[in-house]
Design a protein around this ligand. Structure first.
Ligand code: MN
Length: 268
């Protein structure tokens, strides 16, 4: 398979299908291109930056790096505030990556795995660093997805095959939204609410801490971070207000791309 450089044309390669070598090369190409890409190529008026290969899920092995946000820090205003985005991405997500790399440094053979590989089979991770990988690898993976699961001008409802599957599994979109919001509100303490693909069925799930559905054999399609760090600056104790605001930035194109792998790896 030749290496597509189509991310410039909003058609990045499906990283699931890529070898690590290809992923590393693509990421390197993207990093080189970011520095030179003219601002005019950014999607004017949308608040979105051109798709960046580094923002895709990292299929490269350790050391892991912080993927840039696929939009500006203030792009999700007024629903998600700028300061929260700065701290959440630059501090929290970065810390998960630093701690994951630190844990893996002790076991170089483990560092040859992608973060997905590590989380899909935590039992294969040495016991000494298993909890660190579960927490910090989960933090890296979940947040890498989370940034892409939102976009300025998002919200609304999904369409196409995903919409049909939602109707088939939940009856209609409103029921899904209600069940997902309930899971997000009901998660005690820190954690996530999820829409997952499980054996061909769509399901609502919740997980504590940074546990990811990937470790339970499920594919996370849409996730909402309900750690207080995700909303406390703007909403304080009112998680319910954060959840309501967040539905205005959901990136259904990205969710659909995960539901139909290969169709559209990164929504533009
Ligand atoms: Mn978070």
């Amino acid at each position: 398979m030749s290496i597509p450089d189509g991310w410039i044309n909003n058609q990045p390669p499906n990283t699931i299908m890529m070898t690590r070598r290809q992923a590393i090369k693509t990421t390197a190409l993207a990093s080189a291109a970011i520095a030179t890409i003219p601002a005019a190529l950014a999607q004017e008026g949308t608040g979105l930056k051109p798709p960046i290969a580094g923002a895709l899920l990292d299929t490269a092995p350790a050391p892991f790096t912080l993927p840039p946000l696929p939009y500006d820090y203030d792009a999700l205003e007024p629903f998600i505030d700028t300061e929260t985005m700065h701290i959440h991405h630059d501090k929290h997500h970065a810390a998960y990556i630093a701690n994951l790399n630190k844990a893996l440094a002790e076991f170089p053979d483990q560092g040859n795995k992608s973060v997905e590989d590590l989380l899909k089979n935590l039992d294969a991770v040495p016991e000494k660093i298993r909890t660190a990988v579960r927490n910090n690898g989960g933090g890296h993976y979940n947040h890498s997805l989370f940034w892409q699961m939102m976009k300025p001008g998002g919200g609304g409802e999904p369409s196409g095959d995903l919409a049909k599957a939602i109707d088939s599994n939940f009856g209609n979109f409103s029921t899904l939204k209600e069940a997902f919001s309930k899971a997000a509100l009901g998660q005690f303490g820190s954690g996530w609410a999820w829409l997952v693909l499980d054996g061909g069925n769509l399901k609502i799930a919740a997980s504590p801490n940074q546990d990811t559905p990937l470790s339970s054999g499920q594919t996370p399609l849409l996730g909402l971070d309900v750690w207080e760090h995700a909303y406390y600056l703007k909403h304080q104790n009112k998680r319910v207000d954060y959840i309501a605001a967040w539905w205005n930035v959901t990136n259904w194109d990205f969710v659909a791309s995960r539901f139909n792998p290969g169709s559209r790896p990164l929504a533009a």
